[in-house]
Design a protein around this ligand. Structure first.
Ligand SMILES: [Zn+2]
Length: 275
């Protein structure tokens, strides 16, 4: 006999409904997880794309930057942004304060980049703008200087030295006497500031100005442009060079002002007096 039980039928229906609900819940959860995973994957892919994109962009901009720098280099006359490779390697300080005299010869490996002036003389390209400005201002005041001698190679300094030496020997001086006399006026090769490219011998054009006018103007104004009267008459003992009112040396405007105001020479300013 079949025992019909309405309560157990009800129970079965209820449990079926509950199972359906559970399946539904599980499906919902599964879909949620799927969505989460796909969002995560899309995020990673996007990120990778962006990274590749910025890598390419930075690569391109670095190439552009290098090209710009290469293009700008030749016109660059500003001494502040100068390539330090041009400095004498043996010298650790500021390029414009290097001391060269009979006790401090030039380092052998000096590599100087020069600029040619209209009369064929050359100077270190870093001092050119200041020299030009000084000459322009002098001319505006009716003073007409010229650069008689600028940068000299070692060979040129040797030629000048030995020509002078032979000249004195021809006049009857012994070799030693001739050397002493020569070295009063011409630096021994390797000890001349002209080999640095930072020194210029300035004369008058002798058409509009005479020597005295030019020397007087330079004595009063050169420091404003960064140049000093390198061998003053009262410093011969310290500099080792006789009075040369035409020889000017670039040391930068700040140092030139101090040297000018204190009435000292470069050796004294640097604290490197040998005698
Ligand atoms: Zn000189």
């Amino acid at each position: 006999m079949h025992n019909y039980n309405p309560r157990s039928k009800n129970k079965r229906r209820q449990s079926r409904r509950r199972r359906k609900k559970r399946i539904q819940l599980f499906l919902n959860f599964f879909m949620f997880v799927c969505i989460l995973i796909s969002v995560f994957c899309i995020g990673i892919l996007k990120n990778r794309e962006n990274k590749a994109d910025t890598d390419i962009k930075s690569f391109i901009s670095s190439i552009e930057r290098e090209a710009d720098e290469a293009e700008n280099r030749p016109e660059d006359l500003d001494n502040e942004s100068e390539d330090p490779d041009n400095e004498p390697e043996d010298y650790g300080g500021d390029w414009y304060l290097i001391l060269v005299n009979r006790w401090n010869p030039l380092p052998d490996n000096t590599d100087i980049e020069t600029v040619e002036l209209s009369n064929g003389e050359r100077v270190d390209k870093r001092i050119y703008p200041y020299l030009q400005e000084m000459f322009d201002d002098a001319r505006e005041e009716g003073i007409f200087p010229i650069v008689r001698s600028g940068f000299r190679t070692r060979q040129e300094q040797e030629d000048i030295y030995y020509d002078r030496l032979k000249g004195y020997q021809k006049q009857g001086l012994s070799e030693e006497e001739a050397r002493t006399e020569t070295e009063l006026w011409v630096a021994v090769p390797g000890t001349s500031e002209h080999e640095l490219g930072l020194a210029v011998d300035i004369n008058a054009d002798k058409i509009h100005s005479d020597g005295a006018e030019v020397y007087t103007w330079l004595k009063d104004h050169a420091h404003l442009y960064g140049f000093i009267n390198r061998y003053p008459s009262d410093k011969t003992e310290i500099t080792g060079v006789a009075n040369e009112p035409w020889h000017y040396r670039y040391v930068g405007a700040e140092v030139a002002a101090e040297i000018y105001e204190k009435g000292i020479c470069l050796e004294e300013y640097l604290g490197r007096v040998e005698r």
